[in-house]
Design a protein around this ligand. Structure first.
Ligand SMILES: [Zn+2]
Length: 259
């Protein structure tokens, strides 16, 4: 299982991201990474730093100590290999070709090979064997279209494009074993949570067996949720709900950054 954390704060976030990843170590991992954004006074014209290391979190800590990961916004990931060997180049976050946007992801992108082919035909060069890498390239391609139309990319537009891509292009099925209803893991978060059958252990990913579903649900409730609660109670953690209005997300993040 992967571990994922995203933090916006009015203080440097790299230490807290690494501490959160330590609390998620029980999920198992083969590599770890962090991406942070140092935002300039021009808003989005920040600079992105991405550090990734194979093996234990100590390797990532060493790298961050040596090379730094400055910024008030950041994401972190511990990876349990599904697509591609446990190597640094397959560790998350994954970036677009310009290195200006970074993505971490959990779950399986079922349509990743067709998306990869589509992007390769347009000249995109992939640097990892992961399914995840299609996401930053898809978002970057959309941003390039807007930029060539001379549109100004503000934070809200950026979030909207990212969500659109994830919800409309990325497919990861979760099936309810009881009623056979199918959800898209990357789109139907609220419906999955509210599903009438209620029992999350009935919701099955493509590669799941009964044991892994029960383990995932129990571990989420007993180990992952307390980590999320810890950070949200300190109000520098904010979980973005898939159906929430982009404007609200944007203003909440801005508030956190300037507290
Ligand atoms: Zn059901």
């Amino acid at each position: 299982m992967c571990g994922i954390i995203g933090i916006a704060s009015n203080k440097s976030v790299s230490i807290n991201i690494i501490n959160a990843l330590k609390k998620l170590e029980y999920r198992g991992y083969d590599s770890a990474g962090i991406a942070t954004v140092k935002i300039s006074s021009q808003g989005l014209k920040g600079s992105l730093t991405c550090q990734r290391a194979q093996g234990k979190l100590e390797n990532l800590v060493k790298l961050v100590d040596e090379k730094g990961a400055p910024g008030l916004l950041g994401i972190g990931h511990t990876r349990w290999a599904t697509h591609g060997n446990p190597e640094q180049r397959n560790a998350h976050p994954h970036r677009d070709s310009s290195g200006s946007l970074a993505v971490v992801q959990n779950g399986i992108i079922e349509n990743h090979s067709s998306l990869r082919k589509e992007l390769q035909l347009q000249g995109v060069k992939f640097v990892s064997d992961t399914d995840t890498e299609v996401i930053p390239h898809l978002i970057a391609r959309e941003l390039d279209v807007l930029k060539s139309d001379n549109q100004t990319i503000n934070f809200i537009l950026y979030l909207k494009i990212s969500r659109d891509i994830i919800q409309k292009r990325i497919l990861g099925r979760i099936i309810c074993e009881k009623c056979n209803r199918t959800f898209n893991e990357f789109k139907d978060k609220k419906q999955i949570e509210k599903h009438a059958c209620e029992k999350k252990y009935l919701l099955k990913r493509k590669d799941d067996n009964k044991e892994s579903i029960i383990t995932r649900y129990d571990e989420y409730m007993n180990k992952t949720k307390p980590v999320l609660d810890f950070y949200s109670s300190r109000s520098y953690f904010y979980e973005i709900n898939g159906n929430e209005k982009i404007e609200e997300i944007s203003s909440k993040i801005e508030q956190i950054l300037t507290v």
